[in-house]
Design a protein around this ligand. Structure first.
Ligand code: EPZ
Length: 418
């Protein structure tokens, strides 16, 4: 078990290289089983969620090769349609493998992905969408067993613009008979990246980002070499860190439109932000004013994946901030750890009220989920004195070289055996 030792109180300066987006790479890896030809993905981050997904692919019979930051998936010998329970429990978002495995094998079996540290994570929208495509689904003994002699295009309306359900249905529809329309589809940039990836494999998909995705089934898909979009959540995490610690940093590779909601709030906090192409420069004195209200919403609203990090920033902003978490039921587990550092945070259901304090002080804190862990590191960077952040396995799920990148920005953070 490792921990971070952090000396807080330093400003951050420099440029942060941004990894390929975790939430783009995962569905692209799922899509790689759609063809028996080779798929090459570049710039793939070494994070445990990706390792788990690669392990799932190899359990299906794919041959995985790593070369520098690239991954080659050879699905020619993929034979199994059963997703290994031990792995899908680790990586519940692997549920969108159902769509691609069904397209490849016309059947798929997955253990019911349970809830996780941020919420119940139901999959009803995934399953109802697949049923609309003619997939027979049996749920028994904790497994979801799917089969479909023929997948037929359908008109599907999602009750909620679920990212995973949109992706699952896209992956199940690419070789269906006829046209599939997904209404109230998620608009996240990762959906557009999946559409671009599928198009480059020879699929016929359009409308990603508009809320209505239209897929015309094709006969076959071919191999592809592809570079996923960069991680808007990693970029947002570094920008929030520099905003509350003070300093001047630049992120590269993420466009303003992909994190516009965050930039709008950081400007409200008093940060100076300039954008040139895909370079975002932030300057901050570190003494921020509160933004009063932040509501997490589906894209293009404020991303739930930056809620925890932004709450950490609000802990020392002048004034009171109200944060409403509208996507997940229990995404405030980190709040108790922030209070150990002197933050004044009151959580009631989906709302957190944060009264800004002058300074946080160092403490020993433990991460309980991926983005909450990043929030604790941000608070430690901004606190006076030394902090220890434990249970880094959560952070390792989504941030590659996290302490190295922060050190590169001038932070005093090191990873040691706990
Ligand atoms: C994706 O999760 C991301 N994960 C999450 O990022 C992100 O927080 C989330 O989208 C929202 O943006 C990946 O892309 C791998 P949803 P997903 O389906 O697809 C409800 C991170 O930190 N819902 O859009 O699981 C659900 O309960 C992770 O990187 C149903 O009710 O999110 C939630 O309230 C965390 N029924 C809401 O929709 C369903 O069938 C949003 O979930 C599916 C979802």
């Amino acid at each position: 078990m490792d921990k971070f030792i952090v000396q807080g109180g330093l400003k951050l300066f420099g440029a942060a290289e941004i990894q390929a987006a975790k939430n783009a790479v995962l569905p692209l890896l799922a899509a790689s089983v759609l063809t028996d030809e080779k798929v090459i993905l570049h710039n793939v981050p070494s994070i445990s969620d990706v390792e788990n997904m690669l392990h799932i692919l190899s359990e299906l019979g794919c041959v995985i090769t790593r070369a520098q930051g690239s991954v080659i998936i050879d699905g020619k010998n993929a034979v199994s349609h059963e997703l290994p329970a031990s792995l899908t429990r680790e990586l519940r978002s692997s549920v969108f493998m159902l769509g691609s495995v069904l397209t490849r094998f016309h059947r798929a079996k997955i253990s019911y992905p349970g809830g996780c540290d941020i919420g119940l994570r139901p999959i009803d929208l995934h399953l109802s969408g697949l049923k609309r495509l003619g997939v027979t689904i049996i749920e028994e003994n904790g497994y979801v067993i799917c089969s479909a002699d023929k997948i037929r295009g359908a008109d599907i309306l999602l009750d909620f613009p679920s990212v995973g359900a949109t992706e699952n249905i896209m992956l199940a529809a690419v070789k269906a008979e006829g046209e599939t329309v997904i209404r109230n589809a998620a608009k996240e940039p990762e959906i557009a990246d999946l559409q671009n990836f599928l198009l480059s494999m020879g699929a016929k998909v359009k409308g990603a980002g508009s809320g209505t995705v239209i897929i015309e089934g094709v006969k076959a898909l071919h191999g592809v070499e592809y570079t996923p979009i960069r991680d808007r959540i990693e970029a947002g995490t570094f920008l929030i860190a520099a905003a509350c610690c003070g300093g001047e940093i630049e992120t590269r590779g993420v466009t303003e439109e992909n994190i516009a909601a965050l930039l709008h709030k950081l400007r409200e906090n008093g940060c100076k932000i300039t954008v040139k192409g895909d370079k975002i420069r932030l300057q901050s004195s570190g003494r921020l004013k509160s933004a009063s209200l932040v509501q997490t919403l589906p894209f293009p609203g404020f991303p739930t994946d930056l809620q925890a990090q932004y709450t950490a920033l609000s802990a020392t902003a002048r004034g009171t901030t109200v944060v409403e978490e509208n996507l997940f039921e229990t995404r405030y587990k980190y709040a108790g750890e922030l209070k150990k550092m002197g933050a004044d945070v009151t959580v009631r259901g989906r709302t957190a009220v944060i009264r800004g304090v002058d300074k946080l002080h160092g403490a020993s804190v433990t991460a309980s989920d991926l983005r909450g862990g990043a929030a604790l590191v941000i608070a430690a960077l901004n606190a006076e004195g030394e902090s220890n952040v434990f249970d880094l396995s959560h952070i390792d799920r989504g941030y590659a070289l996290f302490s190295e990148k922060l050190s590169g920005l001038g932070a005093r953070i090191r990873r040691v055996k706990a």
